[in-house]
Ligand binder design. Structure first.
Ligand code: UD1
Ligand code: MG
Length: 451
């Protein structure tokens, strides 16, 4: 059965106290909305529809940046979750599969939970995802009779005995698509909140002779974000889970709590991550790599056998081939560094290509920016760049070439050549001693004057 994904993201999120729509606040470097879309994407939806309202343009941009095929529809006024799904009518025209509804502020629904819902759909027209909560929580209550879901009662509308029910609505629902809009046409806003409740379609479906059920998942999956404090809790929950998964996948995290991961961090087996390492978005690390303490990586790929850090900063566009070494206080950006090359100390390598087994001496800088434009530096294989070389781009240092330390290289260096671009050394025999004596005498005279 084909699936259409509907993500409700029109609400303002007043309690975030933010100019930015709630669903754009980030967890592990991606907007909450994208987490929800990623969860839904595991069902291979044929159509994806995001319902946006507050901050429409920004929400639409985030949605289509992640999935250019997504349709974003405007819910001008937020009249409830049922109303929000009603506005997808046109976007879902002609669709006859199953519709799964997710909330943009509920980012952690797991793929296998969605799969279980799909399996349950075989016997029911509506499948609701529930979880067990404290009786004091204000979630909608799932009124069950054995396996059958009779209705969902919102907390505000619930009678006392209904409020004692602890099986609660997560908001995630899977509905037979051909029924959806008929069910929605039958709901109204006559309730405590004056809203069109999506949850009311359960009773409507039952009354029309269709069956509904609810399956349960762990409360950690249905965790919603309504405030900055929830956001921090969600971030912590994400980090804890992602670290645990990496360790299960055979990655050593020496001090897991101090390693920060992004939603898309990939690390291969038998890699070792030392304490206090930060992974920004779009980092892939292959197997057998060591990322040493206090390194900061984003938009970088580290191949097998690499050693990075301590205190390295790999910026976007960094591509390290196998067995590359990046040492302390080295920054790379938009740099392709070939097999076995070494940049061990205090360097900046940006807009550059470094050939295999080249050695970049301490303090080397690619001067890639002229104040207006960026330029490229190319360093050949087995080249040896002397310490403190300034490579003024655009410039190329050939294969097996060498630069003398302290050189300012402004012209290409041919293969195999040694380039020296620094002032000639002048030596004056005995001059240092003379100078010392002169200075000492001067100081003695000055000290005398003070007494
Ligand atoms: C909803 C459920 C409740 C459930 C709870 C779980 C309904 C009527 N109630 O309540 O049973 O226990 O979630 O967290 O569905 N939204 C729109 N447009 C609207 C209204 C909401 O896009 O007009 C979006 C919000 O941005 C949010 C989601 O729908 O992402 C849920 O809305 P919210 O107002 O938080 O619903 P709850 O009152 O929490
Ligand atoms: Mg809510």
């Amino acid at each position: 059965m084909s699936i259409a994904l509907v993500i409700l993201a029109a609400g303002k999120g007043t309690r975030m106290n933010s100019d930015m729509p709630k669903v754009l606040h980030e967890i592990a470097g991606a907007p909450m909305l994208v987490h929800a879309m990623k969860a839904g994407a595991t069902l291979n939806p044929e159509r994806s529809v995001v319902v946006a309202g507050h901050g429409f343009d920004a929400v639409a941009k985030a949605a289509t940046d992640y999935d250019p095929e997504a349709t974003v529809v405007l819910q001008e006024e937020q009249k409830g979750t049922g109303h929000a799904v009603m506005v997808t009518r046109e976007a879902l025209a002609g669709f006859d599969g199953d519709v799964v509804v997710l909330f943009g502020d509920t980012p952690f629904i797991q793929p296998d939970t969605l799969e279980r819902m799909v399996a349950a759909r075989a016997d029911h027209a509506v499948v609701v995802l529930g979880f067990h909560a404290d009786a004091t929580e204000k979630y909608g209550r799932l009124i069950m009779q054995d396996d059958a879901l009779q209705s969902i009662v919102e907390f505000a509308d619930a009678r006392d005995e209904e409020r004692t029910v602890t099986f609660c609505n997560s908001g995630v629902m899977l509905i037979k698509g051909t029924l959806l809009f008929d069910l929605l046409d039958a709901i109204n806003d006559e309730n405590a909140s004056g809203e069109y409740y999506l949850t009311d379609i359960v009773k409507v479906a039952r009354d029309a002779g269709h069956s509904a059920t609810a399956i349960a998942c762990d409360g950690s999956e249905t965790m919603g974000v309504n405030s900055r404090a929830h956001l921090a809790e969600a971030e912590a929950a994400f980090q804890a889970r992602a670290r645990a998964e990496l360790m299960l996948d055979g990655v050593t995290l020496v001090d897991p709590a101090s390693v920060w991961l992004s939603h898309d961090t990939v690390i291969g087996r038998d890699s070792v991550i030392e304490p206090n390492v930060f992974f920004g978005p779009e980092v892939t690390v292959e197997s057998g790599v060591r990322i040493r303490a206090f390194s900061h990586l984003e938009g970088a790929h580290v191949s097998r056998g690499g050693i990075v850090g301590p205190y390295a900063r790999l910026r976007p566009g960094t591509e390290l081939a196998e067995d590359v070494k990046i040492g302390n206080f080295v920054e790379t950006k938009n740099a392709i560094i070939d097999t076995g090359a070494k940049v061990n100390h205090l360097s900046y390598v940006g807009d550059a290509e470094v050939g295999e087994y080249a050695n970049i001496g301490a303090g080397t800088i690619t001067c890639n920016y002229d104040g207006v434009m960026k330029h490229k530096t190319t360093i050949g294989r087995n080249a040896f760049i002397g310490s403190n070389t300034m490579l003024v781009a655009p410039v190329r240092v050939g294969d097996e070439a060498m630069t003398g330390s302290g050189s300012v290289i402004t012209k290409d260096v041919e293969d195999g050549a040694l380039a020296l671009a620094r002032a000639q050394q002048v030596s004056k025999p005995g001059m240092a001693r003379k100078l010392f004596e002169m200075l000492k005498a001067k100081k003695a005279k000055r000290d005398e004057g003070k007494e």
